[in-house]
Design a protein. Structure first.
Length: 173
C-alpha cells in the first residue's frame, strides 16, 4: 500500500546516503506513516448557528475547501421552481439537502471542471449569474443549490456525506 511504498523509498534513500542517515529514519517514518490514513478517515464538526440566511462560510474538509450556505426562503422557492430539464446535472434542492434543514447546503468548494475554488462563499465575492457560486477560472456559474447552470463544469458541486449532530452542528465525513 501507499505507506509501505513510502517507507521503502525512505529506507532506500537512507541506504544510499550511508549509515549516518539512519539516525533520522525512525522519527521520519513515525511522523509520516499515520498522516494520510488518519486524514482519509477524519471528519469535521462545524457549528453553523452563526450563518445568516443568504450567507455562507468556508471550511476545510480533508484538506479541501468546503462551503456551507444557508439559503433564504426566496432562494429555496427559486431553486424549487427550476425545471429539472433545464439542468445539466439534474438534481432537486431536496436531493442536495437534508429533511428538516432544506435551507442548509453543504458542498465541496471545488469546481467540477478543473478544481478551482469558486467564489461566492465569502462576503462580497461575486456569486455569478445564478446567485450561488462563480468559478473565475473558466467561468462556471452555479446556482444557490450548487448546481451547474452555465460554463464548462460538467456536474454540480459535490455534496459530501454529512449529518446533523444537533440543530446547529453538522459533522462532515
Ligand atoms: Fe472552474 Fe474551470 S475550474 S470553470
Amino acid at each position: 500500500d501507499g505507506v509501505r511504498r513510502r517507507d521503502f523509498i525512505n529506507i532506500a534513500a537512507v541506504g544510499a546516503a550511508g549509515v549516518g542517515g539512519a539516525v533520522t529514519l525512525l522519527p521520519l517514518i513515525s511522523q509520516m506513516a499515520p498522516s494520510k490514513d488518519v486524514l482519509a478517515e477524519s471528519s469535521t464538526e462545524l457549528d453553523i448557528s452563526a450563518i445568516e440566511p443568504g450567507q455562507a462560510i468556508k471550511a476545510i474538509f480533508r484538506k479541501q475547501p468546503l462551503f456551507v450556505k444557508r439559503l433564504t426562503e426566496e432562494e429555496i422557492s427559486e431553486e424549487n421552481a427550476v425545471p429539472l430539464g433545464d439542468l445539466r446535472d439534474p438534481q432537486t434542492l431536496d436531493e442536495r439537502t437534508q429533511e428538516g434543514h432544506r435551507d442548509i447546503l453543504v458542498t465541496m468548494g471545488v469546481c467540477t471542471h478543473l478544481g478551482c475554488v469558486p467564489l461566492g462563499a465569502a462576503e462580497g465575492e461575486v456569486k455569478g449569474e445564478y446567485g450561488g457560486y462563480f468559478c473565475p477560472c473558466h467561468g462556471s456559474h452555479y446556482d444557490s443549490a450548487g448546481r451547474i447552470r452555465k460554463g464548462p463544469a460538467p456536474t454540480n458541486l459535490e455534496v459530501p456525506e454529512y449529518a446533523f449532530t444537533s440543530d446547529t452542528v453538522i459533522q462532515v465525513g
